[in-house]
Write a protein that binds this ligand. Structure first.
Ligand SMILES: *[C@@H]1O[C@H](CO)[C@@H](O)[C@H](O)[C@H]1NC(C)=O
Ligand SMILES: *[C@@H]1O[C@H](CO)[C@@H](O)[C@H](O)[C@H]1NC(C)=O
Ligand SMILES: *[C@@H]1O[C@H](CO)[C@@H](O)[C@H](O)[C@H]1NC(C)=O
Ligand SMILES: *[C@@H]1O[C@H](CO)[C@@H](O)[C@H](O)[C@H]1NC(C)=O
Length: 171
């Protein structure tokens, strides 16, 4: 019994490393149309599968557009509600360190023209018996991080490490 648990643990760790080191996908928002007005990003998002450890990247003309991570209220109303980060480089790679729903908008007035995208990030598929779903709200960026500022992202990465440790303890 102990030996089989050790084997499962080794598989989980190996799978986690594979995802973390080589399996990460960079999801380019809007694909070759980039981050621009009058594109239906709900359609784009619906066609992607986001896993913990992936990146989302925004390509746009620097100075014209930008990216703000907000909460669902900010997404719905095109406001800065629940802001947790902002990016302005024109080619922004944003890590997705934990499961949950992330909301991004353009902060330069173009949100109303469709520059908003909501994505749901899943923990990788090793099966519910190995990775139970996270406790409700425990790792939801829209609730737990909404009060902190742009510096929340590294903290989120630490949270994912803690989640991994918790999953191993469950074994
Ligand atoms: C975007 O496309 C989705 C279907 O993928 C549709 O339900 C939605 O109404 C569209 N939004 C706009 C603003 O056209
Ligand atoms: C969804 O993905 C498929 C395969 O990559 C692609 O052919 C299709 O155009 C995509 N649809 C949208 C709405 O992006
Ligand atoms: C988003 O953040 C704002 C400001 O902190 C807060 O009033 C609002 O309730 C939040 N919305 C959600 C859906 O968490
Ligand atoms: C954008 O992020 C920077 C740090 O990267 C921060 O100093 C600034 O206050 C943020 N702006 C907003 C509107 O949150």
């Amino acid at each position: 019994m102990a030996a089989s648990r050790a084997l499962v643990l080794a598989v989980v760790v190996a799978a986690g490393c594979a995802v973390g080191l080589s399996g990460a996908t960079d999801h380019i928002v809007g694909a070759n149309r980039g981050w621009n007005p009058n594109i239906n990003y709900s359609s784009w998002s619906a066609n992607q599968t986001f896993y913990v450890g992936d990146l989302i990247s925004f390509r746009y003309q620097k100075g014209t557009h930008n990216v703000f991570a907000v909460n669902e209220t900010g997404y719905d109303k095109c406001t800065m509600d629940g802001i947790t980060g902002n990016w302005t480089s024109g080619k922004d790679f944003i890590p997705l360190p934990h499961p949950g729903t992330y909301f991004f908008i353009c902060g330069n007035g173009f949100c109303q023209a469709g520059m908003k995208v909501a994505i749901t990030v899943r923990i990788f598929d090793l099966g519910p018996e190995i990775y139970p779903p996270p406790a409700p709200g425990a790792d939801d960026p829209s609730s737990s991080s909404s009060s902190s500022a742009a510096g929340a992202w590294p903290a989120a990465a630490a949270a994912v490490t803690a989640l991994g440790a918790a999953a191993i303890l469950v074994l």
